[in-house]
Design a protein around this ligand. Structure first.
Ligand SMILES: Cc1ncc(COP(=O)(O)O)c(C=O)c1O
Length: 483
């Protein structure tokens, strides 16, 4: 049987051989040229197509070496018979089996806060990107780009000069006790949390988690159907250590002791010691997420749990997302000595190394003293913003929205009898980002309110926020039915 190829015509202007190859492959795979069909002799067909005989011969040879064609002495090329057991269309496997997806409520809550509107003024967690020392950064970037040693491979744990700079910084500023090998550079705190889950948790494990709490932690630690047990906060908006005594045993506890997310409470030293004692007695790992300890406005933040003793059952998580910028996707983990190899291997097999150039620039930025002076400047800058925004909210929404006194740093929480999902939606339509407090609860929300990230809002945006909030709250539909 001869292959029917009269419909193949090639377009002049480059790549004739490639066009011929693609036309044949497509017809063979779709079954339009059946198995066993004989291809035309190269001389005649080349003349018909207006290409050189060499081009046709080269395509036949290529297809033969790839296994599409077979050649027979004296009678040219045939499509191989054994190719055509494939059906004409290949449907993907059925999706009836459940996928490893995050819990539906969490996915829904994230929808409202991410996507094209992720960088609106007042989006929580977003630093003031205009205040970033971009000129210094770019100078260091150009310097690092020209260095051959940052163009190749490195180790999964992270670029050594960056781990060294972090080790010194964390010791000085947070009292973290570690050597450089205990540090792993990650793609933001989020990868740090996922790595902890991958190394320490089985699908059947229980995780204790602050309530309300950080949704990124819920997503990372609650994957694969693990049980999340909410831990309440005290009236001071910090983790309730006494409540831990009455909760089921768990493999890990996730907490933000230096600035509870999102409510802002601080775990005092006595409570920190009690927490470590509880962890020792119950053999529970503590995940200490120290995401914004840099932005405390009064005095120095309490030292990290991790470094209160020589050895603690603490996995310390940090991030450059707030101190530098989220787009870097750079964070770090400090793990106990005995777990270093497990974490390194897990990182190697899940993501491999972190981008070397970004790490090298960050290391230079830290070693050159730019990081510390940037933090000093931003602390002052955000304190001023917090005072102005707090004042505006109190002036315009007294009786309707109550600012949570403890929330500060880079965001402010207000509570109220509102349908916070509807308010967040309304605000986003008016160009203001925020997240609903109710979405930060595991299970039933105990309070409604808004998490407003003032760090990335200038005075003009603050004024717009007040107007937008007034408009949205004025609409009856955002009142909460149940109280
Ligand atoms: C509690 C908490 N942890 C960590 C982070 C930082 O996450 P990442 O480093 O993945 O950007 C954030 C950012 O919003 C946060 O709110």
């Amino acid at each position: 049987m001869k292959a029917v190829l009269s419909d193949i015509c090639l377009h002049k202007g480059g790549g004739l051989q490639r066009q011929l190859y693609q036309a044949l492959v497509e017809r063979i795979l779709s079954g339009r040229i059946p198995g066993g069909a004989q291809l035309p002799a190269s001389r005649q067909w080349a003349a018909d197509l207006g290409v050189s005989r060499n081009s046709v011969s080269a395509v036949y040879e290529q297809l033969r070496s790839e296994g599409f064609l077979a050649s027979r002495q004296g009678s040219g090329f045939y499509v191989r018979e054994d190719l055509h057991h494939l059906p004409k269309t290949l449907t993907p496997p059925s999706l009836a089996r459940s996928l490893n997806a995050p819990p539906a409520k969490l996915a829904q809550a994230f929808k409202s806060a991410h996507g094209p509107h992720a960088n609106l003024p007042f989006t929580p967690g977003l630093p003031d990107l205009d205040a970033f020392p971009i000129k210094v950064w770019n100078r260091l970037l150009h310097q690092q780009e020209s260095r051959i040693c940052v163009r190749g491979y490195d180790e999964p744990a992270g670029y050594l000069p960056l781990r060294r700079a972090l080790q010194a910084y964390l010791r000085e500023s947070r009292g973290v006790r570690c050597h450089e090998d205990q540090i792993l550079i990650t793609a933001g705190a989020q990868q740090g949390l996922s790595l902890i889950a991958d190394v320490l948790l089985a699908p059947s494990d229980t995780v204790l988690i602050e309530n309300p709490g950080y949704r990124g932690a819920r997503g990372a630690l609650g994957r694969l159907g693990r049980t999340l047990v909410p831990v309440p906060l005290t009236a001071q908006q910090a983790l309730d250590i006494e409540a831990l005594e009455h909760l089921p045993p768990a493999r890990v506890l996730y907490c933000t002791p230096t600035h509870q997310y999102p409510m802002g409470g601080i775990l005092e030293i006595g409570q920190r010691l009690a927490l470590l004692d509880w962890a020792r007695r119950t053999e529970t790992w503590i995940i200490e997420d120290d995401y914004d300890s840099e932005f405390h406005f009064v005095g120095k933040p309490v030292a990290a749990l991790q470094g209160l003793f020589d050895e603690t059952p603490v996995l310390y998580v940090g991030s450059f997302s707030k101190t530098l910028m989220p787009g870097l996707r750079l964070g770090y983990l400090v793990v106990p000595d005995g777990l270093i190899d497990n974490f390194r291997q897990m990182k190697r097999f899940t993501s491999g190394e972190s981008p070397l150039l970004t790490q090298a620039v960050t290391a230079e930025f830290m070693q050159g003293g730019h990081f510390i002076s940037h933090l000093r400047k931003m602390r002052h800058h955000y304190h001023g913003k917090w005072q102005r925004f707090h004042h505006l909210l109190e002036t315009h929404f007294a009786g309707r929205l109550q600012p949570v006194a403890e929330s500060a740093g880079m965001h402010l929480v207000v509570t109220g009898e509102i349908d916070d999902l509807a308010v967040v939606q309304g605000l986003s339509e008016l160009g203001i980002g925020s997240t609903p407090l109710s979405a930060h609860y595991v299970g039933k929300a105990l309070q409604h309110g808004l998490v407003l990230g003032f760090a990335n809002a200038d005075d003009e945006a603050m004024a717009r926020c007040v107007v937008a909030l007034g408009k949205v709250l004025g609409a009856k539909s955002v009142d909460r039915g149940e109280t």
